[in-house]
Write a protein that binds this ligand. Structure first.
Ligand code: NAD
Length: 310
């Protein structure tokens, strides 16, 4: 595939990370995973990968994890807009300072590709459900978005001066099997978990907020495409390009799992965007990315969660 041989995946025991690790191993790369298991699970890490349990904020651990590595995928983060509103110090400590600690460790190490997992949360809220390109205003409305935006800018600036091929991928709402169901994770995982337990899904606000739900397989495909192409300094949206409301998700899942059930409503939490839809023209054109699913498809999430003890 590429000229790369050994990847470090931070956060590789987490939801997106472990799917990426499987894909990289399948392409013949050696993979080291660094994860503190605060959310991720040891069992997610395939036997073929080297696992280091530790914190991205710890310089010694990061140096150990980088041994022999020529490409880096930085996914370790506290992934919660809501938690960042009260816990902005903790959020910035991991999501910004952890990123800077990793960047510092890349100095002079021979890493040639460094991909940062960023987020749609860097954008200003969009009043209408229209796709936003990478050039759209970056004015985050959550501390999580502020930290991700600052991390992006350091990644591109310092990463360029270190010659590590810095690349930023702005992931939109990622769904798929294998997401740890904490109270903060994706709405699809939370709704499926509640419906399988016979509880109503809780819709925040009026439910007409629209999101770009993108399957984790597509997120992984885009990330691998970023490895296969020369992308130094690039910033790409990764989504489906398609708006779907939270009400549409609730209705479809209820129809599938517990027909007749009514969703509950709760006040919209601060920091959540009204609309967040990706314009994916740039990544389509530059990397040949194409989302694989014509509509949001829950089948593998439901199958996974039925099998897992809740
Ligand atoms: P996740 O919580 O499943 O994965 C994050 C992993 O990082 C976890 O395994 C956790 O244990 C680990 N981690 C947290 N703090 C750490 C630390 N200090 N040191 C080492 N490891 C640490 O979340 P995910 O959905 O897989 O997200 C992966 C990346 O994608 C994150 O950077 C996130 O911000 C980004 N992202 C995700 C989504 C989404 O919808 N899931 C959307 C946009 C961006």
């Amino acid at each position: 595939m590429s000229t790369y041989e050994h990847a470090l995946v931070t956060g590789g025991a987490g939801f997106i990370g472990h799917h990426l690790v499987h894909s990289l191993l399948g392409r013949g790369l050696s993979v080291t995973v660094l994860d503190d298991l605060s959310v991720g699970m040891r069992a997610n890490v395939p036997a073929g990968a080297t696992f280091i349990e530790g914190d991205v904020r710890d310089p010694g651990t990061v140096a150990q994890a980088l041994a022999g590595v020529d490409c880096v995928f930085h996914l370790a983060a506290i992934v919660s807009i809501r938690a960042s509103v009260d816990g902005f110090l903790r959020d910035a400590d991991v999501n910004l300072m952890g990123t800077l600690n990793l960047l510092e460790a890349l100095r002079g190490r021979g890493v040639r590709k460094a991909v940062l997992a960023s987020s749609m949360a860097v954008y200003a809220d969009s009043p209408r459900p229209v796709p936003v390109p990478e050039s759209y205003l970056t004015a985050p409305i959550s501390p999580y978005g502020v930290a991700k935006l600052a991390a992006e800018q350091y990644w591109l600036l310092i990463g360029s001066s270190f010659g590590v091929g810095p690349t930023v991928l702005r992931f939109f709402n990622t769904y798929g099997p294998g997401q740890t169901p904490t109270p903060y994770v994706g709405v699809i995982t939370i709704f499926v978990e509640r419906l399988l337990a016979g509880k109503s899904p809780v819709v925040y606000g009026d439910g007409e907020q629209r999101r770009d739900f993108v399957h984790v397989d597509d997120i992984v495909a885009a990330t691998v495409l970023a490895l296969e192409h020369e992308t130094p300094g690039a910033v790409f949206n990764v989504g489906s390009g398609r708006p779907t409301s939270v009400n549409e998700i609730a209705t479809a899942l209820i129809r599938e799992l517990t027909p007749g059930m009514k969703p509950e409503n709760a006040a919209a939490p601060p920091g959540e965007m009204r609309n967040a839809i990706a314009d994916i023209s740039l990544i389509r054109e530059a990397l040949g990315y194409e989302p694989s699913r014509p509509a949001v498809d829950f089948a593998d999430v439901i199958a996974y969660m039925r099998d897992e003890p809740q």
